[in-house]
Design a protein around this ligand. Structure first.
Ligand SMILES: *Cc1c(COP(=O)(O)O)cnc(C)c1O
Length: 378
């Protein structure tokens, strides 16, 4: 089934594009939504021969995400599948600069490649631009998260991308926490942007899907070939759900971000909280940079409970609204103690809680956090 996408008006804002992109052309009788095409094979004779070659639903989502990020999008079965394909852009024997703290799954993928002798890794703190660029000398790829796990550090994407380009390296930005509505890394000089659409783009914790968006269509073609050859293709239903989730990204982000800012401010003066990391706080070390490189401060915050690891676990167990679970970006608020993960245990303290703020009423969220903190710690 071919899919004729509708044209977009270049004057529309990103919020409008998120609602309108990736829909069928407006011809009489056309659906307003893209199809969910469940077919493993197609009638000969076109380029679309088999289910691994393409799908109308992926094409719709790729139209939308490509338009939002300003490049050519390729969707994958998960964020990690996208990251794996992007990491494979590093030439054999090449060098990649990785952040010291980042989503540990992405670090794992690249570390395993290094263990096999496929490439060499250098490490630099993502918010230390000088260190990142010093490491970029002679490197092939510089990998950053625009807002980084789990300390919510903000990278200076324009400075890193410009410095990497001068040194002949590609810049890859994992913008999962920012989404295309809070940052367009390709406009800031990056070469490839990736998102785990499992998170804010999908928005309902009901699917896994990833996307890579490349400035250069030739790089997108390499990524598409990787997807085809390795088989890390998104499901047709997942692609539809991610497209549907994208429609409400603007309103979900606005609301969750406003709540995150309010909760961060209140937590910062809570007697049982030692420290809050949220770039929207005026006193946050990342505040000025975040104002320059992001259109908003996001829906993720982290904080240290002033107590022991056991008291922190007790606090999490007492929450009745916020769910004790990993992941982020859904309509429902989630929280977890990051040191529970071996990948984070070396880089964060035992009481650090990372919270993904959802779209529940902010006063309900606050009462839940405050009551559980007081009950667990007094
Ligand atoms: C979740 C996540 C990933 C991995 O995405 P999956 O869809 O879970 O495979 C990559 N980067 C960041 C920043 C993430 O939060």
């Amino acid at each position: 089934m071919t899919y004729q996408h509708r044209d977009l008006d270049p004057t529309w804002t990103a919020e409008t594009v998120a609602v309108q992109a990736g829909r069928p052309a407006r011809v009489p009788g056309a659906g307003v939504n893209p199809p969910v095409h469940l077919s493993a094979t197609y009638l000969h004779d076109t380029d679309l021969a088999y289910g691994r070659d393409g799908n109308a639903g992926w094409a719709a989502l790729e139209d939308a995400l490509g338009a939002l990020d300003g490049g050519t999008a390729v969707t994958f079965s998960s964020g990690l599948a996208a990251a794996t394909a992007i990491a494979d852009l590093v030439p054999t024997g090449g060098t990649v600069v990785l952040p010291t703290v980042a989503y540990y799954g992405v670090l794992n993928v690249v570390e395993r490649m290094a263990e096999r002798g496929r490439l060499t890794i250098r490490r630099a703190a993502p918010d230390d631009t000088d260190a990142v660029l010093a490491a970029a000398d002679g490197a092939d790829v510089v990998w950053v998260e625009s807002i980084a796990n789990p300390l919510i550090a903000v990278a200076d994407v324009p400075a890193i991308a410009a410095g990497a380009r001068d040194r002949g390296a590609l810049t890859v930005v994992d913008a999962t926490f920012a989404t295309p509505l809070r940052q367009r890394p390709l406009d800031l000089g990056a070469d490839v942007v990736m998102h785990s659409a499992t998170k804010l783009v999908g928005g309902h914790s009901d699917l896994l899907l990833g996307v890579a968006v490349a400035r250069d269509p030739a790089i997108a073609e390499v990524l598409r070939t990787h997807r085809h050859d390795h088989g890390a293709i998104p499901g047709a239903l997942e692609a539809f759900l991610a497209t549907r989730g994208l429609r409400t990204l603007g309103v979900r982000l606005d609301r969750a971000e406003a709540s995150a800012g309010e909760l961060a401010r209140r937590l910062a003066s809570h007697p049982h909280v030692a420290r809050v990391n949220y770039p929207g706080l005026a006193g946050d070390a990342q505040h000025e940079r975040a104002k320059q490189v992001l259109r908003g401060f996001g829906t993720m915050l982290s904080f240290d409970v002033s107590g022991t690891a056991e008291q922190t676990e007790d606090f999490l167990a007492r929450l009745r609204l916020v769910a004790h679970a990993t992941s982020l970006g859904g309509v429902e608020s989630l929280i977890e103690r990051r040191a529970r993960w071996a990948g984070d245990a070396g880089t964060v303290g035992p009481t650090l809680c990372r919270m993904s703020v959802g779209i529940e009423d902010v006063e309900d969220l606050w009462r839940d956090l405050d009551t559980a903190l007081v009950d667990a710690l007094s």
